[in-house]
Design a protein around this ligand. Structure first.
Ligand code: PRX
Length: 631
């Protein structure tokens, strides 16, 4: 199923459009099924209802583990690199990983979990996180991994939305020089969660934790009570595999649902092709498993292809800015998949971090999560790839399950800051505000996808109407991505950023409404408006305009109080970079906040505010501009 030349790509692409069922049916033969499908695809985008590989039975862990045992039992599946470089790394072969997944799957069962139950996972980047994820899949339970940076309130909302029965966590996590007390956060979260019956706690940081009798059990104790034989649960291709929460333009995060068969085929196919993965190679994705990149391209994609996947617990700048490069040398990494924000932050350290590293093993570089600016692209190319490694700038989303528009390493000619061409099976199109498709090249518009692919989301958990509204209602018969996009003269795609009220901060998707709701929870705040602004390292930063008439005479203190409130309500990742106290917000006569104006002010473009004739009170804008200029 690997594409090795541009001619092969063109052929595969043509076939995937002319005869998608045949195309994907053949790709799917590369995976292991208990029972074949009777229909490759049935779909409509109106409801929406999308089914891939209907009638087929499988278990994704048999594809990620069991099927490699005959030939690759002793091959490394996971190499774990700890936060502290002085501590030993851990290698788990496919055989060891299989045993541990089966054992922990039995622990889950022993604690009452069964097929269809939802299990929340809130863990550090340790091998046990991958083991917990795969153990859920083994028994047919639905995992909902929550990123370690979210607050108790955010976790509680996610647990309640999915009515999770179990939580898997750890005492704590290391992040650079910091220790994060995960179990304490879970304890706070669970005060408001009645559905959770059991909490399984891994010992990692040896932080003292409170263990509630009858509810909390230790991972290490539990695994002693079970064996490592656990036949995989037989799953329907369309059974739910996982839920992953993501932010949108409205307040509450949505639980994006992926199912077993299509997701597996899509994650595996795209991994194998985009990175041109060769047997025996070591692949390192620096994302956190709490995000879709970690799900698809640390766990399911690589393991389904028998790859060796590096899991790194720490951060790129600890103990110093050479850490990624040290890891590349230490584990002889061949493919490195990271985010523009990490690249930009590492660029600022100059050449010193490269003094003692060679990075000669690198063959392919990847970028994901946000637009990569040309400067960062060239630095990545020259400094890291030494001009010899193709850069795959991969565009995709939580909802797409896998990479959609991207070069194929060693096949597609790359172009700085362009995601280049759609992968086989992906039919992108650009539409204008009226929903008209914009044909031809040298054009830009809103990015939509015309035809389903196996990794597309099936619903948003517990609220199918919301799924329809969000993705399938803006333009009939199309999936709307929320991104703006340009197609250049040669048909190459460049993603220009979100066109909705979503901000991309360091590759993390944050809804402006979510941040506003959090700020508004702070006592004394009357109203707020949040917009993004260009940020040198993070890509975008968060700018909050806040009406807080009686704020403390010490503005700085008030600012900190608000940040604390946002940290409590969402998590530190959503903290505004800038807060401006204002006496009013620019609104239309019908009461709508004119974000366009605030965005311009946040970008420092006050001279060109566009049409302000519909403003209710123009004096408000004058005040904000004056404040912005005196800062
Ligand atoms: O705006 C796009 C941006 O990230 C959004 C998806 O975020 P999330 O669901 O968190 O998934 C991130 C990892 C796949 C998109 O709507 N984005 C992602 N990759 C790129 C990108 N923007 C530009 N170029 C990319 N390569």
């Amino acid at each position: 199923m690997q594409i090795n030349s541009i001619e092969e790509y063109e052929l595969a692409y043509r076939k995937s459009v002319d005869n998608p069922e045949q195309f994907w049916g053949e790709i799917a033969q590369n995976f292991q099924w208990r029972k074949p499908w009777f229909k490759v695809l049935s779909w409509n985008f109106a409801d929406p209802e999308i089914k891939w590989f209907e009638g087929a039975k499988l278990n994704i862990t048999e594809n990620c583990l069991d099927r490699h045992l005959a030939t690759d039992a002793d091959k490394p599946a996971i190499i774990w690199e700890p936060n502290d470089p002085e501590q030993d790394s851990i290698t788990l072969t496919y055989k060891m990983l299989h045993e541990r997944v089966c054992r922990f799957a039995n622990v889950l069962k022993r604690n009452g979990a069964k097929k269809g139950d939802r299990i929340c996972i809130y863990m550090p980047m340790v091998p046990e996180l991958a083991i917990a994820v795969l153990a859920c899949a083994r028994i047919g339970a639905v995992h909902s991994v929550v990123f370690g940076g979210f607050s108790a309130k955010s976790i509680a909302d996610r647990i309640n939305d999915a009515a999770c029965k179990l939580v898997v966590t750890a005492d704590g996590a290391y992040r650079g020089s910091k220790k994060i007390e995960l179990k304490e956060v879970i304890d706070d979260a669970l005060i408001g969660c009645s559905t959770v019956e059991k909490v399984i706690v891994l010992t990692h940081t040896r932080t003292p934790v409170s263990m509630l009798k009858g509810r909390d059990v230790w991972w290490e104790d539990e695994v002693k009570h079970v064996n490592d034989v656990c036949p995989a649960e037989e799953m329907d291709a369309e059974d739910m595999l996982f839920i992953l929460y993501t932010s949108g333009s409205t307040g509450k995060p949505k639980g994006v649902v992926h199912t077993c068969g299509g997701y597996m085929v899509y994650a595996g196919y795209t991994f194998s092709n985009v990175f041109n993965y060769q047997p025996g190679e070591v692949y390192f994705c620096t994302a956190d498993i709490g995000w879709i990149t970690g799900h698809s391209y640390i766990i399911y994609g690589p393991l389904s292809q028998g790859a060796t996947s590096v899991i790194f617990e720490g951060i790129p700048t600890y103990p110093d800015a050479s850490r990624f490069w040290q890891i590349v040398d230490k584990h002889k990494v061949n493919s490195l998949y990271t985010a523009p924000t990490a690249i930009r932050s590492l660029m600022s350290f100059g050449d010193e971090p490269f003094a003692n590293v060679s990075m000669d093993t690198l063959r392919v570089l990847g970028s994901v999560g946000e637009p990569i600016n040309e400067e960062a692209w060239h630095w990545f190319d020259e400094k890291i790839g030494k001009g010899n490694c193709p850069i795959v700038d991969t565009w995709w989303q939580t909802e797409t399950g896998g990479i959609m528009i991207s070069p194929i390493a060693n096949v597609t000619r790359t172009k700085p800051s362009f995601a280049t061409l759609p992968l086989p099976g992906i039919q992108p199109c650009l539409v204008d505000e009226n929903g008209q498709e914009i044909e031809g090249n040298g054009v830009s518009g809103n990015l939509c996808i015309k035809f389903p692919w196996p990794g597309i989301l099936r619903t948003t958990y517990g609220d199918h109407e919301r799924c329809r509204q969000t993705y399938f209602s803006a333009y009939p018969n199309m999936y709307f991505t929320g991104d703006g996009c340009l197609r250049d003269d040669e048909g190459y795609y460049r993603i220009t950023g979100r066109v909705d009220d979503v901000i991309n901060v360091s590759g993390h998707r944050i809804g402006t409404a979510e941040v506003e709701n959090a700020i508004n929870m702070h006592s004394g705040v009357v109203e707020s408006a949040v917009v993004g602004f260009p940020h040198e390292v993070k890509g975008q930063g968060i700018y909050a305009f806040v009406i807080y008439p009686e704020h403390h005479s010490d503005e700085e203190l008030t600012r900190k109080d608000i940040l604390q409130t946002v940290t409590r309500m969402i998590g530190a990742i959503a903290k505004p970079d800038k807060i401006m106290f204002v006496s009013g917000l620019p609104k239309t006569r019908s009461g709508k906040i004119m974000r366009r104006i605030l965005r311009k002010i946040a970008e420092g473009e006050v001279s060109n505010l566009g049409d302000t004739s519909t403003l209710l009170d123009p004096a408000v804008v004058t005040e904000i501009i004056e404040k912005a200029q005196t800062k």
